[in-house]
Design a protein around this ligand. Structure first.
Ligand code: ADP
Length: 200
């Protein structure tokens, strides 16, 4: 079947769209335990970028797991498929000229490596929200840790499923030492040159 899929030669490219938007497009990938601060920080980064006229979109559990990935569970195989589909969606959005912010636990190193293959290395910025399991459990934003401790949730990352921390993330945030504002500044400083068109 695949050999019969021949791409059409469309005339408007990613470069054309980036030129129109006056900024580059890429993927900011937030990884970390549930409750580590991924959504909180991504939300403020998006607001800052939006104010500067940057075209953005956030992909997170709410709009992905309730929609396109509603058929997937939290088994290792489904988690891998979850991340693969998100990376493919992000790839289309990057091509469309948008700065994509993705906030997912994404506990497996090999799955995060695969994102790089899908969107290409230069389009991938890995942000490790490095908050300890003790602190995430103390915050227990969604009450998930309590449920996991009672055995009501299986495959809970940090409790009954592993989290493989990134070894060389582009940005590492320690939310137990940094405020949200400090974390956001660190991210904005890192991506500002990457947004500029003449930088490619
Ligand atoms: P995740 O998206 O990683 O599951 P959330 O962003 O939903 O996590 O929750 C993180 C919680 O931690 C929020 O209630 C947030 O207010 C709190 N928090 C406390 N300090 C920080 C910090 N420095 N950075 C990010 N979140 C923080």
């Amino acid at each position: 079947m695949k050999e019969n899929i021949i791409p059409h030669d469309y005339q408007i490219s990613k470069t054309d769209r980036n030129n129109l938007n006056e900024h580059n497009s890429f993927l900011l990938w937030f990884t970390g335990l549930s409750g580590s601060g991924k959504s909180t920080i991504a939300n403020v980064v998006e607001q800052k970028l939006h104010k500067k006229g940057i075209k953005t979109y956030i992909l997170d559990g709410d709009n992905i797991r309730n929609g396109i990935n509603s058929d997937l569970t939290f088994t290792p195989e489904d988690r891998t498929e979850n991340i693969r589909r998100i990376a493919e969606i992000a790839n289309l959005m990057i091509d469309s000229g948008i700065v994509v912010l993705a906030a997912f636990v994404s506990p497996y190193k090999k799955d995060r490596e695969n994102i790089k293959n899908i969107v290409k290395d230069g389009n991938f910025v890995e942000v490790f929200i490095n908050t300890s399991i003790e602190e995430c459990e103390r915050r227990d934003v969604k009450g998930l840790y309590e449920k996991a401790r009672k055995g009501e949730i299986k495959n809970m990352t940090g409790i009954s499923a592993p989290y493989e921390a990134p070894e060389n993330p582009d940005i590492k945030i320690n939310t137990e030492q940094e405020t949200v504002e400090q974390a956001v500044s660190q991210i904005i400083d890192y991506i500002t040159p990457k947004l500029q068109l003449n930088n490619e």
